[in-house]
Design a protein around this ligand. Structure first.
Ligand SMILES: Cc1cc2nc3c(=O)[nH]c(=O)nc-3n(C[C@H](O)[C@H](O)[C@H](O)COP(=O)(O)O)c2cc1C
Length: 196
């Protein structure tokens, strides 16, 4: 059976570990093939925030593409994928995608994902958000891009940071129909708890 392909971009927003743990999770799904591209900014945040070095992150992917290889497979719409996730996604990369300004392979692969009407998920991270950031994200959302910020969530009762990370990863994987056992879904309140 042919493997399903997912393009994973890591750019220079805070939260590199979420992208890394997503790759580690996908490694266990042998029916999926990951194609990784990391920006220069992403390399910096990995070095600043993660206990992984760059080679260890790259080893989690099935295929690694250099950021300046605009002739890579994922730069073409004829290369079939199930879509792409940029995690984390900086505001610069949001702006590049929103502007169709594909001057590196991550931006080009995202542009291709949109033009082929495949699923594009952006784990866009900045705080606070300016009107420029918000406008760019609105423009992308209007094109069907999923804006999935790495929000803190409390209803899953996190006790360690990994619980927060896995909640975000679970939401990303949900977009592609990939199960995650660590993902604690909301099961609903009992009616009696709803009265004030
Ligand atoms: C440690 C660190 C954390 C950063 N966090 C963010 C962030 O959360 N969001 C953001 O938009 N930019 C952030 N930046 C700035 C981006 O890395 C910078 O704008 C870079 O040019 C983005 O380029 P890229 O999207 O090609 O990776 C951060 C930079 C560093 C060094």
């Amino acid at each position: 059976m042919a493997k399903k392909r997912l393009v994973v971009g890591i750019s220079g927003a805070s939260g590199a570990i979420v992208g890394i743990e997503l790759l580690a999770t996908l490694k266990a799904h042998r029916d999926w093939e990951t194609h990784l591209v990391i920006t220069g900014g992403g390399e910096i945040t990995i070095s600043q925030e993660a206990e992984y070095d760059l080679e260890a992150v790259q080893a989690l992917a099935d295929v690694v593409h250099p950021i300046d290889n605009i002739g890579a497979t994922i730069a073409s719409g004829s290369f079939e994928t199930e879509g792409m996730v940029v995690v984390p996604c900086s505001m610069k990369t949001v702006a590049g995608i929103a502007g169709g300004y594909s001057d590196n392979l991550l931006l080009r692969a995202a542009d291709v994902t949109i033009k082929e009407q495949r699923k594009l998920v952006l784990v866009a991270r900045e705080s606070p958000l300016s009107t420029i950031h918000l406008r760019n994200m609105l423009l992308l959302a209007e094109q069907g891009v999923v804006i999935l910020p790495p929000m803190l969530t409390y209803y899953n009762l996190p006790s360690v940071i990994e619980d927060l990370n896995y909640h975000i990863i679970g939401k990303i994987l949900d977009q592609f129909g990939i199960p995650l056992k660590e993902f604690r879904r909301w099961e609903g309140l009992e009616q009696t708890r709803l009265s004030f």
